[in-house]
Design a binder for this molecule. Sequence first.
Ligand code: HAM
Length: 434
Amino acid sequence: MISKPKGTEDIIFNKAKQIKYVEKVIDEVMEKYNYNYIDTPIFESTELFHRSVGDASDIVTKETYDFTDRGGREMTLRPEGTAGVVRSYIENKMYGMASQPIKLYYNGPMFRYERPQAGRDRQFSQFGVEVLGSDDAMVDAEVISLAYNIYKTIGLSNIVVNINSLGDTESRDNYRKLIVDYFTPHIDDLCDDCKRRLNSNPLRILDCKVDADSEIMKNAPSILDSLNKESRQHFDKVCEYLDILQVPYSINSSIVRGLDYYDHTVFEFVDKSMEGNSNVLGGGGRYNNLVKELGGEDIPAVGFASGISRVLLALEAEEVSLDINEDIDLFLLYVNEVEKNYAIYLTQELRMNGFIVETEYLNRSLKAQFRQADRLNSKFVSVLNSEDLDNNEIKVKNTKTKEEDVINLDALIYYLEEKSNDEVMDDIYNLDNE
Ligand code: HAM
């Protein structure tokens, strides 16, 4: 038997339903915020990720799926969505469009060759947003609150956003010098990765999971103290707007993010009910230099992304059950060929009128058909009977109350509509009484 590649998953049945539910919420909230859906290629030129995510980043050095195509071109399966969206923004000249800023969202598979564990897959679905064309702090705050509201609408209630600022290039250059001076005398006490980072990417030392609790790390200078006036003002404004939007945040100066394109605001969402590394549900930040780095104009931008599997883990940790419909409305049973023909016709007719209807596909006995209706949680069952059909009638039985009504076939749709309205009212009534 050939099995699925390590770090990938067959998303089936209940999990598939949960994901569809989460994706529906994402689409609905994105629509409210007026973000436009964008779908970019799953593979791009390798160079795109080297120039955006960064040559020295863990993602590019250790985790990309690279291949040479049959035409000899160097290609990479996208490890994240921002690079492709920015490439598309430049290529499609979105900066020239009348309506600015450009607000985009996406949802699709990403690929990283990581050590698989819960919430860390080699192929994973990520949704995200990118807003290009405004450097106003209100956009940073909107992106954060949009993500927060998606989590909240899905049903998560233990979410907090950790936020930091990396400042502009000047602030970051100053800070880089400061921490290189600070860590150099302690180099022997750092982990191997951090020893390497001291030369290649010193800011990433702050994000190290291995050395996180060491005294050296705790006493490291904070980047927030190195921000110049403009950077500090931008950060203060983001916090002010988050207060207005009532998003709970906590300022955490050790957040630096694993991708190289960020400046100013960076943030990560964590679910406090979850443990370990995978409690980060999503993250993002501002990247005012990336459009220019990739050959476009000097255009500021900010964005965020989140892994869908992490959202499912958070739902599990918070013990949230999603409001997923597990029932069908009606199961049509039959015995002979005439009734079967009618079942085929009626199933389609009712489905086209908005009902979830199933019928028998295996010519089983009536008893077995009842069992199938039961397995499918059918709210109503109807045994089609030639005699009833000749009289233009149908018997419909409520599987819960066991009540049965004989209905004129022409009134079946109205009957089912009325019954499902009654049920909605019952649900509301029961909720009120809980
Ligand atoms: P990131 O932090 O690398 O940022 O990934 C964002 C989210 O994707 C993570 O917080 C996590 O939920 C999910 N994720 C990442 N790797 C995996 C994995 N191996 N398995 C499952 N889920 C994973 C970015 O990707 C940036 N592009 C975010 C951004 C958008 N910044 C600005 N705009």
